[in-house]
Design a protein around this ligand. Structure first.
Ligand code: SF4
Ligand code: SF4
Length: 368
């Protein structure tokens, strides 16, 4: 559905919901909706990102298809969410990356892996590349630490700037004001527990109206797996720069333990989410975003699989090649982060902060 018509359709549905209000106890979307009489594009983008797509309101709705009102809030909000990522993209020049995300991610991964494999072989005697390297500093004999830091540091910095600028534009469109710590903490709790993915305590709907917690569990495994891997990388940086301890580390080092635990979460979580996605009721799914969602989950999985293989086989002659493949996948992941499903976490968190903020305002809003 084109951008303008998705907003028009969401406006129509929210106007009916605002008169009905049957679902007001299900999640944060309906109380936020009830604070408005008029739905601007910014406020609809806000409500769409506040929705966790649990599906509860679709199955509860007496006006869902085949009723002529054809109310389907999860689906129209899924469409608006995907469009909002495009609408607030920074820099604007890179907007097409979102529109062909599945293809972009696949190409980035293939090119980055080829680049690292070629770089490793071109800069070393081929016989050296296939010699086992096990002592501390083994990774940096294959690729100098300084180059690794420059390459990954700059692409990660760009990703942070691009996401910050995009979410800042989204925040302004929602009409959000200065933020206080209490709102950030409340939103952090709601995001960390996926409070609104449980259809008001019953669980999330997937293939039919029977709720369960599968999506929430797999999402937690993915999110906390990612955090654990991030903690592992941050700790390795501290050990390297602060204490001069060079990777690879022994298995009992927290760097390895955090990395291994996070890696397992980042395999089970994304595969579980892919399975849930494959069996989900098509009525709840925005088919237009499938490529972006699948592409991101596959990249997370590949990052983890190559990382764990590197851990298990690091004392063998294949280590150098595996390191090249792993670095290529991670580089492509970082490069595409601001233009992938990864951003949904930041938009949703901003929407939750906005919700915590406006809950305290007494008067109904008439404009945004
Ligand atoms: S989704 Fe349906 S039942 Fe729920 S508030 Fe909207 S119109 Fe009413
Ligand atoms: S979070 Fe669930 S109940 Fe709330 S609007 Fe989205 S799909 Fe409906």
């Amino acid at each position: 559905m084109p951008v303008a018509s998705a907003h028009l359709e969401a406006n129509r549905q929210m106007t009916i919901c605002n008169a009905c209000r049957y679902c007001e106890g299900l999640c944060a979307v309906f109380p936020a909706m009830e604070r408005r009489r008029v739905f601007t594009e910014g406020s609809l983008d806000y409500l769409a990102n506040l929705c966790h797509n649990c599906g509860a309101c679709y199955y509860a709705c007496q006006y869902a298809p085949p009723h002529e009102f054809a109310i389907n809030v999860p689906k129209i909000f899924a469409e608006l969410r995907a469009e909002s990522y495009v609408r607030y993209t920074w820099p604007r020049l890179l907007t097409p990356l979102f529109q062909r995300n599945g293809l972009v991610v696949a190409l980035a991964a293939a090119v980055a892996v080829a680049f690292f494999v070629y770089g490793f072989i071109a800069n070393r005697d081929v016989s050296v590349v296939f010699i086992p390297q096990t002592a501390p500093g083994a990774f940096y004999r294959v690729m100098p630490h300084a180059i690794m830091v420059e390459l990954f540091g700059s692409v990660f910095l760009f990703a942070i700037i691009a996401i910050t600028m995009s979410v800042r534009a989204f925040w302004r469109a929602t009409g959000g004001g200065p933020v206080i710590v209490a709102d950030v903490v409340e939103a952090g709790h709601d995001a960390a527990t996926l409070r609104y993915l449980d259809g008001s305590g019953n669980g999330c709907m997937n293939e039919d109206e029977q709720p369960n917690d599968h999506r929430r569990v797999y999402h937690h495994l993915t999110f906390y797996g990612f955090l654990s891997c991030f903690a592992s990388t941050a700790l390795a940086t501290l050990l390297h720069n602060g204490l001069g301890w060079e990777a690879p580390y022994p298995w009992y080092n927290p760097v390895v333990l955090f990395g291994a635990l996070g890696g397992v979460g980042l395999i089970i979580g994304p595969i579980g989410l892919l399975c849930e996605k494959a069996t989900r009721d098509p009525a709840l799914v925005n088919e237009g975003a499938r490529g972006m969602e699948v592409g991101f989950l596959v990249m997370l999985c590949l990052t983890s699989v190559t990382g764990l293989l590197l851990l298990v086989l690091r004392a063998t002659s294949i280590m150098n090649l595996l390191l090249a493949v792993h670095l290529g996948v991670v580089f492509a992941l970082f490069l595409t982060l601001p233009y992938s499903k990864f951003v949904h976490g930041f938009y949703r968190y901003a929407a939750l902060v906005r919700f915590a903020q406006e809950k305290k305002a007494p008067a109904i809003k008439t404009t945004d």
